[in-house]
Design a protein around this ligand. Structure first.
Ligand SMILES: *[C@@H]1O[C@H](CO)[C@@H](O)[C@H](O)[C@H]1NC(C)=O
Ligand SMILES: *[C@@H]1O[C@H](CO)[C@@H](O)[C@H](O)[C@H]1NC(C)=O
Length: 423
């Protein structure tokens, strides 16, 4: 009885120390790969830590609202609304989603574990999931082989990989090409030939998570649009002729509270497989190439609005061998992968400008938010309302669908946003 207890304690200790080691490793990777964000030259609205922002806000009707008038805060260049220059004091919030802990099919076997992908192969090949699939295909590592995998009705990718791996081994030792007996497998075997070629063994602990780095700015500047004043009908956008506005420039779409993000996807390697960069309602997937130490453009998506299709550069460079270098657009803080002028809406023509203003080495202050650990979640992660004042100074014809405002609603917070990677 006593030795049984001893065995139990030893196993427990091993479990604890291995999760601790994994925890340290994950935290290290999150820090090492936190981005270097260049704030734009002439930026007037800098980032801020959430607690200081909340000290200056009050909650009402599902909105966080400034305690004093927006106009007076905007005029006062030292008000909290203008944020702070990021030295080592402004945190970036890293939301961690660990795919292994969450996996329902974590199978411990003889000191090794294997995670099962529950998405069926056909689903996995859907076009919109390709960036993630590609990333996984490039570095598909399997730790241990479960010998009792009987292909059922829903054959998982993992099972396919396992079976085919056995076949490949067989074929190698017999010097001839062995076709799997099971017809279900053989069909998919041909389909996934490319994937299967990438299989290799790995001796490290499995590692599988994605992390979203969130940056917070107290205020986001809208865009100046050339308008013509038509009295009670309000102002109407008119095209600028030859770059000259013959009406009046008016700023639309300002808002209090601004969340911006970039996500990284890790699996088994000490570098991310993929990155998602978000600018306004569009975003781009990049794949990491360890040989060159750069991220390479893979695909892009428009989350909302048919007019948004910005051009993303082919490569994203890294600082100090890991930190992706990103650029926060002046005023709006949309994240771009290169300095310069970025057209992000075609109608009306709206541009973002970014460049080498002030560097923000975000890894100096990373605050970890873990989906699995309620204790490390700050209270504000529970807020589901809007992070800024309600819209104001809207067009007189707003009710007829001409919905443009000088100040728009604040955005929703982190828990309300969709994740760009799935496990
Ligand atoms: C501007 O803001 C700072 C910081 O909140 C405050 O101390 C100062 O009194 C404000 N100035 C004016 C003129 O309101
Ligand atoms: C946040 O909400 C959850 C569930 O609704 C609750 O268990 C938790 O205590 C809340 N956390 C804080 C800090 O209020």
């Amino acid at each position: 009885m006593r030795w049984l207890m001893f065995v139990f304690v030893v196993i427990l200790a091993q479990q604890i120390s291995s999760t601790l080691v994994e925890d340290i490793r994950v935290r290290g990777l999150i820090r090492d790969w936190a981005p270097l964000v260049w704030l734009a030259p002439g930026e007037r609205f800098l980032p801020l830590g959430v607690p200081e922002f909340l000290d200056n806000m009050q909650a009402a009707d599902n909105y966080l609202q400034t305690r004093t008038s927006l106009q007076s805060l905007l005029q006062n260049r030292s008000s909290f609304l203008h944020g702070r220059k990021p030295a080592d004091n402004i945190p970036i919030y890293a939301l961690l989603k660990n795919c292994i802990m969450n996996s329902e099919s974590l199978i411990p076997s003889a000191g090794a574990t294997m995670t099962k992908t529950t998405i069926s192969p056909s689903n996995n090949l859907k076009k919109h999931q390709l960036p993630i699939l590609n990333a996984m295909v490039d570095d598909f590592d399997i730790k241990s082989i479960e010998s009792n995998n009987v292909p059922g009705s829903g054959v998982s990718i993992e099972k396919l990989l396992v079976s085919s791996f056995k076949d490949r081994r067989l074929s190698r030792s017999h010097g001839s090409h062995v076709i799997p007996v099971n017809s279900e497998i053989s069909k998919s075997h041909i389909l996934h030939e490319k994937i299967l070629q990438k299989i290799k063994f790995h001796t490290q602990h499995p590692l599988h998570f994605h992390v979203t780095y969130w940056m917070f700015y107290p205020f986001s500047e809208g865009k100046a649009v050339c308008v013509l004043d038509l009295g009670i009908l309000g102002s109407w956008p008119i095209p600028s002729l030859g770059g000259t506005c013959f009406g009046r420039l008016k700023e639309y779409g300002n808002h209090v509270g601004d969340w911006e993000h970039v996500s990284l996807y890790f699996k088994d390697k000490n570098y991310p497989l993929a990155m998602y960069v978000s600018a306004h309602d569009a975003g781009a997937f990049y794949r990491y190439e360890p040989r060159s130490g750069t991220f390479i453009f893979e695909s892009q998506e428009t989350r909302k609005g048919i007019f948004q299709k910005p051009i993303f550069p082919e490569r994203v460079f890294t600082a100090e061998g890991s930190h992706p270098i990103l650029f926060s657009a002046r005023g709006s803080h949309g994240l771009w992968t290169a300095p310069g002028k970025h057209k992000f809406v075609r109608l009306p023509r709206l541009y973002d400008e970014s460049g080498f203003g002030t560097p923000w080495p975000t890894w100096r202050k990373v605050e970890l938010l873990s989906i699995h650990d309620k204790h490390v979640m700050p209270e504000w992660m529970n807020f589901t309302g809007k992070w800024g004042n309600p819209k104001s100074n809207c067009h007189p014809l707003t009710k007829l669908g001409f919905d443009i405002c000088e100040f728009v609603d604040g955005p929703t917070g982190i828990p309300m946003k969709k994740m760009n990677f799935r496990c």
